[in-house]
Design a protein around this ligand. Structure first.
Ligand code: ZN
Length: 297
């Protein structure tokens, strides 16, 4: 057969939706990097995941771009946290006209309600900081992918089940390492109140000058209160978060005499190659930092 004819047939095959089209990946958009990693672990090579808020980004205070609307429009599945975290999402979804399936990862999590200074109850959105909750997220993501792409059901189920066992191991590691620390020493200061679910799950008390959103203002009174608390309760260390301005914590450490701990990851992963480029690495990094503060002070 003439070579041009073969080439023509190959082209016609591809255009008509031959093997190339069958390999087309499922497009998943996740609102932020942590959800993108969970989705990647469930979807594997079958999906392509794009986070809207990337590494070291602040998902509370985010302004979506026109490119984000385009990403949503092209998506098959959108994974979002819910619990009021992505206040900017509803408008973006409308503007994009997307037909994607919406998977709210936190569905079924028991929300933590906070009373903040304004006297109104606030839902704490940071449920992923407890590994037991992350397992609920993974199950929800798995179910959404199976629904959107039933032909790959067994792939999603196998991936999810092996990832869930890794999460189980991580959960045990955190519980066991912290159990060795006397309860009265398990106190940590962070910039914003992002570790409430971690604290409830692993019995660590977290105190933050800023509320559950990075958008709340920190008053001089809040800072003074924290400094007093550090001194009277002998709190060993204050931590910087990857998404927050380090200056507030530097000041609190200096004025209270507490040690300035390393960087912890609350609402975003580190870039690839950093210490918290996956959810599991993030939890391990934070655990190591917290343990270091408890042990050496
Ligand atoms: Zn946060």
């Amino acid at each position: 057969m003439a070579r041009w004819l073969l080439a023509f047939m190959a082209l016609a095959w591809a255009v008509a939706g031959g093997p190339a089209a069958a390999e087309e990946k499922i497009h998943v958009v996740a609102t932020f990097s942590i959800l993108a990693d969970l989705a990647k672990n469930v979807g594997g090579d079958r999906i392509e995941v794009t986070p809207l808020v990337g590494a070291d980004g602040d998902v509370h205070a985010y302004t979506p771009s026109p490119a984000d609307a385009k990403r949503l429009a092209d998506a098959n599945v959108v994974v979002l946290n819910g619990l009021g975290l992505e206040g900017w999402m509803e408008r973006l979804v409308k503007a994009s006209g997307t037909k994607a399936a919406m998977a709210v990862a936190s569905t079924g999590v028991k929300p933590r309600q906070m009373d903040e200074d304004d006297g109104r109850p606030h839902t704490d959105p940071h449920a992923w900081q407890s590994v037991a909750n992350a397992k609920i997220y993974v199950a929800n993501i798995r179910d959404a992918l199976v629904k959107a792409d039933p032909s790959a059901k067994s792939t999603y189920e196998t991936n999810a089940s092996s990832y869930l066992s890794r999460l189980d191991a991580m959960d045990k590691e955190i519980t066991q390492s912290l159990a060795a620390i006397p309860a009265e020493r398990r106190k940590i200061i962070t910039t914003h109140d992002a570790f409430g679910y971690f604290g409830a799950a692993y019995r660590v008390q977290f105190i933050a000058p800023q509320g559950v959103s990075t958008e709340t203002e920190v008053s001089a009174r809040d800072v003074a209160r924290i400094i007093r608390q550090i001194k009277t309760q002998k709190i060993p260390a204050v931590f910087m978060e990857n998404i927050s301005d380090p200056r507030l914590m530097e000041r609190i450490a200096k004025e209270s005499g507490a040690k300035l701990g390393g960087k912890v990851y609350s609402d975003a992963l580190s870039p690839t190659g950093g210490p918290a480029a996956t959810y599991i690495d993030m939890m391990r990094n934070n655990l190591r930092e917290f343990l270091g503060a408890f042990k050496t002070s």
